[in-house]
Design a protein around this ligand. Structure first.
Ligand SMILES: CC(=O)N[C@H]1[C@@H](OP(=O)(O)OP(=O)(O)OC[C@H]2O[C@@H](n3ccc(=O)[nH]c3=O)[C@H](O)[C@@H]2O)O[C@H](CO)[C@@H](O)[C@@H]1O
Ligand SMILES: C=C(OP(=O)(O)O)C(=O)O
Length: 430
């Protein structure tokens, strides 16, 4: 199993290209099931989750062709990929696959919308929480679907004439359920209004792609999304928006290690609340025409309290990384995690590097220490993995992060991007 080895102490200087967003690419790829034409996606990141989802969609009858760079070509990262699903060959998504890639549960929306039937495995939980799908089921029932849970599968059937447009109020904000119901509603009979919908930029990106395919959608990015169903969708060409979580992650890495870096192909407006927190922690951040310029002062990090919230609040996907940064703040910071019930597994690993963190329920209290010391640590989930890399960049000596398959789910060529800026980061096979 691969490990990542980090030797701390070097400031970061240079340019880091930001990849397309994992959390936009996944729903965009799934939306290819809604049309028999070709959906072309540009700026698709090369990530384990994306590769797995493409394999899963192949089982449903989606033909996939990648063009542009040969594999392993160093320059550039983005890929252009064509998805074409003339007919859906299988309306079942198996447990073996869905359990590996939670977002693949979202195929239930397009399968129901296009085929009127779907048998999708319950995804099961993951390290950061149980992550139920009750909101998906309630929402699809609201659109007229009959749903049974049989032997760990959601068996769903649309009414004879197809799903029916309805008014549905989410009892709590759910990104995945918003994506899924929005996709399902594009082919429903009549108008669907989704209230208390997720406002994430990835929801807006999906809505923009669906509109390019002929869907009638208003209000994406606001709490109320209105979808007027159409009889069919066509193909389109769409560019995956930049990854705001990757952007925030590297901004925190510069704030921690010190130095001066430009993050290219991204947009500060995608992560304003995170930028505010990183600025408050002492980094100088300036938006540029094509990205963000950051100057970090690793020896002068200020404590900042954050609470994770649905967009536009501080993103839960940057919580672990920000905790990494706070381990060397000159004072005490508090982080409250309100989205997932078990997203503090990085705490005990950061403590192995010398961090001083105590937990009380959903609140972590981080007392900044003057020095961290490298040690072997273990990645426990996707974002926790990179919080350990961030800490390792400032730790004295060598840090080895094991179980980096977690990291490969959501960070494209991380060691290459950091090494190009002067960090000592390498992947050790084994
Ligand atoms: C692939 C992708 O885009 N993943 C993101 C997506 O995950 P995902 O879409 O799974 O997260 P949700 O927004 O649905 O989850 C928010 C909260 O709602 C709960 N919930 C969700 C659905 C449901 O039916 N019932 C229920 O109770 C979840 O357990 C969680 O506590 O949004 C999360 C919150 O921004 C991010 O951390 C993930 O990176
Ligand atoms: C939790 C995340 O992803 P997923 O929903 O795919 O687990 C994440 O991207 O931080």
């Amino acid at each position: 199993m691969d490990q990542i080895r980090v030797v701390g102490g070097n400031p970061l200087k240079g340019v880091i290209p930001i990849s397309g967003a994992k959390n936009a690419a996944l729903p965009l790829i799934i939306s290819s099931l809604l049309t028999s034409d070709t959906l072309t996606l540009e700026n698709v990141p090369h990530l384990a989750d994306v590769e797995l989802l493409m394999r899963i969609l192949g089982n449903h009858g989606v033909d996939i062709s990648v063009n542009g760079r040969r594999e392993r070509q160093q320059d550039g990262y983005a890929r252009t990929i064509h998805f074409n699903c003339p007919t859906i060959t299988d309306t079942t998504a198996s447990y073996e696959l869905v359990r590996k890639m939670r977002a693949s549960f979202w195929v239930i929306g397009p399968l129901l919308a296009r085929e009127g039937i779907a048998r999708v495995s319950l995804p099961g939980g993951c390290a950061i929480g149980t992550r139920p799908v009750d909101l998906f089921i309630d929402g699809l029932k609201a659109l007229g679907a009959e749903i049974e849970i049989e032997q760990g599968y959601v068996e769903a059937k649309a009414p004879k004439g197809g799903l029916v447009g309805r008014h549905y109020v989410f009892p709590k904000v759910s990104v995945g359920a918003t994506h899924t119901l929005m996709m399902a509603a594009t082919l429903a009979n009549g108008t669907t209004v989704l209230e208390n919908a997720a406002r994430e930029p990835e929801v807006v990106d999906l809505a923009n792609c669906l509109k390019a395919m002929g869907a009638k959608i208003e209000g994406a990015g606001s709490p109320t999304i209105t979808i007027d169903g159409v009889t069919s969708l066509s193909g389109a060409r769409h560019t995956v928006l930049p990854d705001r979580i990757e952007t925030g992650t590297y901004a925190m890495a510069v704030a921690m290690a010190g130095g001066e870096v430009t993050l290219e192909n991204t947009d500060a407006a995608l992560l304003s609340s995170a930028i505010e927190a990183i600025r408050a922690a002492g980094a100088e951040i300036t938006p540029t025409e094509t990205g963000i310029h950051i100057i970090g002062h690793g020896d002068d990090i200020r404590p900042v309290d954050v609470t994770t919230e649905p967009y536009p609040g501080f993103p839960t996907d940057l919580q672990a990384q920000f905790m990494g940064l706070m381990t060397r703040a000159k004072g005490t910071a508090r982080i409250v995690e309100t989205i997932f019930e078990n997203r503090f597994m990085h705490v005990q690993e950061l403590a192995r590097l010398g961090a001083d963190i105590s937990l009380s329920g959903q609140t972590a209290t981080i007392k900044g220490v003057p020095e961290l010391h490298g040690a072997p640590v273990m990645a426990t989930d996707l974002r926790a993995s990179v919080s350990l890399v961030i800490a390792g960049l400032a730790a004295k000596g060598e840090t080895t992060v094991s179980r980096v398959y977690h990291l490969d789910r959501g960070f494209e060529r991380l060691e290459e991007k950091l090494t190009r800026c002067g960090a000592i980061v390498e992947r050790i096979g084994g």
